[in-house]
Write a protein that binds this ligand. Structure first.
Ligand SMILES: Cc1cc2nc3c(=O)[nH]c(=O)nc-3n(C[C@H](O)[C@H](O)[C@H](O)COP(=O)(O)OP(=O)(O)OC[C@H]3O[C@@H](n4cnc5c(N)ncnc54)[C@H](O)[C@@H]3O)c2cc1C
Length: 156
């Protein structure tokens, strides 16, 4: 099972798929900064896309902390050394993705899973649903001694 970037698995043999990444800016303060875990900023004139305030992820611990830690997220194109966060999936990437899918389908002994293995943006709930479905299917295939597929979910 491979859950890293599909292009990296093949050593970028066909080229690099495009990703967006984030730069994080940490800041601290007293008390409660924004009253919620995540606030999104969609206006064009705001350079960051959201602010996460971590104390709100564990509201049951709030009484313990008088200070707060927040992170602003700045979206940008990922370079080769950046963490690949969001697949871009425009026309050029989709063409290249199709070539990587063909390569994956002709490769034995590996199943590509998850957001990077299938080059799709996935929310957590979808990720978990797909992982459980893959486990069920795996169970059936292995119990009948069938080979596991390169993809449990169609990446296109
Ligand atoms: C910046 C960002 C913000 C997000 N915000 C939200 C949100 O607000 N709400 C929401 O629902 N979802 C959000 N998501 C989506 C969600 O976090 C992901 O879709 C989900 O974590 C994907 O799970 P995954 O298991 O497919 O991949 P990952 O969580 O990336 O796990 C893949 C794992 O494989 C490991 N791995 C990779 N290559 C190798 C290798 N060669 N050998 C061994 N291990 C390897 C990695 O280390 C990693 O642990 C966000 C995602 C990102 C990137």
């Amino acid at each position: 099972f491979y859950t890293g970037p599909i292009d990296r698995y093949f050593n970028f043999r066909l080229g690099r798929l495009g990703y967006r990444t984030l730069s994080f800016e940490r800041f601290e303060g007293d008390g409660d900064y924004q009253g919620t875990a995540v606030m999104n900023y969609c206006d064009e004139d705001v350079p960051y896309t959201r602010i996460s305030e971590h104390k709100h992820f564990a509201p049951w611990e709030q009484e313990k902390f008088s200070r707060t830690v927040c992170f602003r997220e700045f979206s940008r194109l990922a370079g080769p050394d950046d963490a690949p966060y969001y697949p871009i999936r425009l026309a050029g990437e989709k063409r290249l993705l199709n070539d990587y899918i063909a390569l994956a389908r002709s490769t034995r002994g590996v199943s590509f899973l998850g957001r990077l293995g299938t080059y799709r943006y996935l929310d957590m709930d979808v990720t978990i649903t797909e992982a459980l479905a893959a486990c069920d299917r795996m169970d059936t295939l292995l119990s009948t001694q069938q080979e596991l597929p390169p993809f449990f979910t169609d990446p296109v």
